[in-house]
Design a protein around this ligand. Structure first.
Ligand code: ADP
Ligand code: MG
Length: 341
């Protein structure tokens, strides 16, 4: 409690880091933000004919990140996970607020955190418009606001039997990185370098979300594992699903692992921040064109089916389309359960 930086009060921190950073990124193109940091509230002007999408995500030290986490990457990730939620609804980012608890006002940490935070804010034209700053155990809570034409938001409840199920990018690399960092799995240093950004610096699929507005019938971003998150779509849409386990897209690095690890991490790993969505079969060509335009793989991994005995469930299929029994699936997918945090 005696270093120079400790003398920085709450207002000095807001002014020196958050207000200055926000002003540096603000250009006049922000017609939606009438008033930013400095008053009791920010003012956000809704676009006529559009709805405001609102999402919050909290990152807590020790729970969501290691205490020695790189602050610049933490700044990026704190906003990225919120942008990913906006993307999953098809919303265009408008701005965000930041509520932050800091054990002490560490200037070096704050500089790096803001560098990462404002870099990604700029990349996605999403300005910081307000927040709260207090002393306390390191906690970063962001609320992001997005805009979407009325009734166009892609909800979890819109999937229908017969539709295709798609996933963007690849899944499982964030989980593999975590396993490597925890020394549960040994992977070559060069391989780790290629995938670790999937855990520390996820890319929110905002452009994909915007393109899916009139195409997807349901969508969500995968943060807790593909199959577990898909279950939310199934329950809210009152449907079931068939997933070809082999078709879940995996990176070349993950493909070097034993098959059970590949399946476990890609299907249930978590922290992927890819978009899982459903769409009518008639949209296949359009989706392939979007994939090409965005230079982002989008893979058809299964079908929506009717509920089975009034239950919304996922059935797993092998490469030949044969049903994988529950026992086999448990063996394939649960083998690394003891790694779960
Ligand atoms: P109040 O006491 O009226 O809630 P504060 O003193 O908490 O206001 O904050 C002053 C101004 O600074 C407000 O406009 C608030 O939105 C902004 N602010 C506070 N903390 C942050 C932060 N971490 N990031 C961005 N803006 C912040
Ligand atoms: Mg306040």
């Amino acid at each position: 409690m005696h270093s120079e930086s400790d003398s920085l009060g709450e207002f000095a921190v807001i002014q020196r880091f958050f207000k200055t950073g926000a002003q540096a990124m603000h250009s006049n193109k922000d017609q939606n933000i009438t008033l930013g940091i400095g008053d009791d509230c920010a003012l956000l002007k809704p676009v006529v004919g559009e709805e405001i999408a609102i999402t919050s995500d909290m990152l807590v030290e020790g729970r969501h990140f290691f205490s020695n986490a790189n602050p610049a990457l933490l700044g990026r990730k704190a906003l990225a996970v919120n942008l990913s939620d906006l993307a999953a609804m098809g919303a265009r980012p408008l701005g965000f607020t930041l509520a932050i608890a800091l054990p002490r006002p560490d200037v070096i940490w704050l500089e790096a955190f803001c560098e990462g935070l404002f870099a990604i804010a700029n990349e996605f034209s999403c300005p910081l418009i307000g927040g709260d700053t207090t002393a306390g155990p390191l906690t970063i809570s962001i609320t992001a606001f997005g805009s979407i034409p009325a009734e166009k938001a892609i909800r979890r409840s819109g999937a229908k039997p017969g539709e295709d199920i798609w996933i963007s990018g690849t899944t499982g690399d964030a989980r593999l990185t975590l396993a490597a960092l925890r020394h549960e799995i040994l992977i070559p240093e060069d391989d780790l370098k290629q995938i670790e950004s999937r855990m520390h610096d996820p890319i929110p699929r905002v452009n994909l979300g915007l393109r899916l507005r009139d195409i997807a019938s349901a969508a969500l971003d995968v943060s807790d594992g593909l199959l577990g998150d898909l279950q939310h779509i199934l329950e809210q849409s009152q449907v079931s699903a068939e997933i070809f386990l082999e078709l879940i897209p995996k990176s070349l690095i993950l493909r070097k692992q034993a098959e059970d690890i590949q399946h476990q991490f890609a299907a249930c790993g978590g922290d992927d921040y890819e978009i899982c969505f459903t769409a009518p079969v008639a949209q296949r060509q359009v989706i392939k064109a979007i994939s090409k335009d965005l230079n982002l793989p989008i893979t058809h991994i299964g079908q929506i089916t009717k509920m089975s005995n009034a239950q919304a469930i996922v059935r797993l299929l092998d490469a030949d389309g044969k049903l994988i029994s529950d026992t086999e699936a448990a063996a394939l997918l649960k083998s690394f359960d003891h790694f779960a945090s």
